[in-house]
Design a protein around this ligand. Structure first.
Ligand code: TRP
Length: 338
């Protein structure tokens, strides 16, 4: 509800796919920042299950992960009262708007998307058409809520560019319909890298489990993975591009503890990596323990979760349907008879 005299809050939309278990990369790079946005913005945080099925998902895993991602949102500190949290497939306007927008999107621009090119190499023979159309669905997600700002990592910037192009194209073909969204790059944007190949982004889809730390990894697994994390033979804790493994561990420690890289360098001067690695592992364990406990509690209380995603879908549906009706009307569809 808008209060007169008070400025309308800017709208933020973001989502995570339930296509793999979340890593600390998702948490430190995205979720932890979302928590900070909730007071200042009108936030929509979605579990994008429609995106997840662009590659084949085991139904029971998809169900489990969808609720787990939602629980992680809440456990990480996203307040269900202040934000709209929902499951993408619960709001049919996403699928509908996606079809409409597909008809304003060129195959050429979709096949040029870097992510599509990478993924279609990986799946070769069985590239689903959904993989090609994926960014159009993402555009629908964003545009339906008249989103001002989209917190995204660098890997999604191209998709956001396409979203802006589609919005502009539609607005020009008819009349102003969509807000043109801007990327929101947080000031302290943390990109967490792969623990085994620290020049690559940490990804839940890596084949080597030592490459990532999952949000739900137990403490002993976290300790083992950090102990095995690739460093170098220099033996100095220094924040430098020449030491990507050490730099990554420093980033993790810095985002969790608030210490600056300089402070970390000073603390471990002349000490090699042993104590540093132990401390990184302990910091992660301490940060994740309360979140993991809360996630387990939430997953045991299905009624509570149900109430949250039901209320979220209700709020989202209202806003999204309004935009969808506008699109349909401008395109020239006959409104459904009342
Ligand atoms: N494509 C995004 C990713 O894989 C997830 C996503 C779907 C998203 N819809 C979105 C992100 C809308 C921001 C806004 O990371």
């Amino acid at each position: 509800m808008e209060v007169s005299g008070e400025q309308k809050k800017k709208v933020i939309f973001s989502g995570i796919q339930p296509s793999g278990d979340l890593t600390i990369g998702n948490y430190l790079g995205a979720l932890k920042n979302w928590v900070k946005l909730q007071n200042e913005y009108d936030c929509y945080f979605c579990v994008v299950d429609l995106h997840a099925i662009t590659v084949r998902q085991e139904p029971k895993d998809l169900r489990r992960r969808t609720l787990e991602v939602l629980s992680i949102y809440i456990a990480a500190g996203i307040d269900p009262e202040k934000n709209t949290m929902f499951i993408q497939s619960h709001v049919p306007a996403h699928s509908e708007a996606s079809w409409l927008l597909n008809c304003y999107t060129y195959v050429g621009e979709l096949s040029r998307m870097t992510q599509f090119k990478d993924k279609s190499k990986k799946y070769e023979e069985s590239v689903a058409a959904g993989l090609l159309n994926y960014p159009v669905l993402m555009a629908a997600d964003i545009l339906l809520y008249q989103t001002d700002l989209v917190p995204v990592g660098v890997d999604q910037k191209q998709h956001l560019e396409l979203t802006r192009d589609l919005a502009t194209r539609f607005n020009h073909a008819y009349s102003p319909t969509f807000v043109i969204p801007e990327p929101y790059i947080p000031k302290a944007g943390a990109k967490i890298m792969d623990l085994q190949e620290p020049t690559k982004k940490m990804s839940k889809s890596s084949d080597n489990p030592n490459s990532f730390i999952l949000m739900m990894d137990p403490p002993e697994v976290i300790r083992k993975k950090i102990a095995r994390a690739v460093t170098d033979s220099l033996g100095v804790v220094r924040y430098s591009d020449e030491q990507p493994g050490v730099k990554n561990l420093m980033t993790i420690l810095s985002v969790i503890t608030g210490m600056t890289p300089e402070e970390i360098e000073a603390k471990y001067e002349g000490q090699g990596y042993a104590q540093f690695k132990l401390d990184v592992a302990e910091a992660i364990v301490k940060e994740l323990e309360p979140i993991q406990a809360k996630v387990k509690e939430l997953l045991d209380d299905k009624t509570y979760l149900e109430n949250i995603y039901k209320a979220g879908a209700g709020k989202a549906n209202y806003v999204a349907t309004k935009t969808l009706r506008k699109m349909q009307k401008k395109i020239g569809f006959i409104p459904v008879a009342k």
